[in-house]
Structures are given as structure tokens and as C-alpha cells.
Design a protein around this ligand. Sequence first.
Ligand code: AMP
Length: 173
Amino acid sequence: MNVDAIKKAVRDVPDFPTKGIVFKDITPVVADPRLFGDVVDSFADRYRDRGVDAIAAIESRGFIFGAAVAYKLGCSLVPVRKEGKLPWKTVKTSYQLEYGTATLEMHRDAVRQGAGVLIMDDLLATGGTAAAAASLVEQIGGRVIEMAFLIELAFLEGRRKLQGYSIYAPVVF
Ligand code: AMP
């Protein structure tokens, strides 16, 4: 993966969505077919032959990468969504945000007992979202193989919240 080119393409948007947050905008990465292809191919190469039965992709930017990688691996894609979006029976979990709480859901029958699941999102910040997604996968009997992010904001120390899980994040700011 061309980490330097991806780092250059990611756009910093200050004070979005709220004051004090510097938002890492990945839209220029996916707008560039060479960069997006490079990212998807690299993830697919990493996870080929690793026993991934399903990718649990986190709404909404996780869908962009998760869907493409699932297609390349020939595995299931499982959406992890914000509360109230999924139509079928769900498991849910709430977690702490900087201000207030958030709830994530996954369909109860999304993966079979013992399935190997890769969790994917665009970016690891404090780790709360990924921890919640892992808890959903485990509630329905899935096994988290690894958590994959394109970007890690290392200064937020999200890995601390994800101890016990293997984490892959090639682009570190
Ligand atoms: P966290 O639970 O703190 O690890 O937050 C991760 C989720 O929030 C991911 O779905 C990210 O897409 C999003 N996110 C958090 N902080 C940022 C940021 N600075 N720039 C872009 N996305 C972010």
C-alpha cells in the first residue's frame, strides 16, 4: 500500500463535525481509482487465506472499504449500523462517546456460530466504535479475527480500548 500517497490524499477538515475535531476526510482517497484500488487490493491480500467468513463493516465509511474487500475475498458482508436502521431482528450495544452515548446494531443471524469475522472501518479514533462492533459479533457467536482500519489516530490511543484484539491500521497519523 502506498502509505505516503494515501496520507497526502487524506484531507484534514478542522472543526467538523464539531469545534475542536480535525476530521480526516477519506473521500479524495476513494475518488482516486488508483489509490482506492491499492487500498482494497492490499486489504484483500492481507486477509486472503486467513479464514475470514464475513466482514463486519461499520456504518458508514466502513461500508465503502468493507464491501469492496468482501467482494475480492468472496466472503459475506455484514453491516453494523446505527440504531433503528436494520430491518430484521438485531443485537445491540451502547457505548460512550465524547458527549453522550451511541448504539450500534447487527442482525441476529448475520454470522453463524464460530464464523471468522474481520471488523472494518475507515478510521480508529478512541476505539469505542470498534469495541462495540466486536461485542456484537461475539454476542451472536462470531470470532473476531482482526480489526482493520485504513487510518489510526495514534494520539487517541484507541488500541488501549481494544486490548486482546489484533489490530491493523497501515496509515498512522
Ligand atoms: P472511535 O469510536 O472514537 O474510534 O471513532 C471511530 C468512528 O468515528 C469511525 O467510524 C470514524 O469514521 C469516526 N471518526 C472519529 N474521529 C474521526 C476523525 N477525526 N476523522 C474522521 N472520522 C472520525
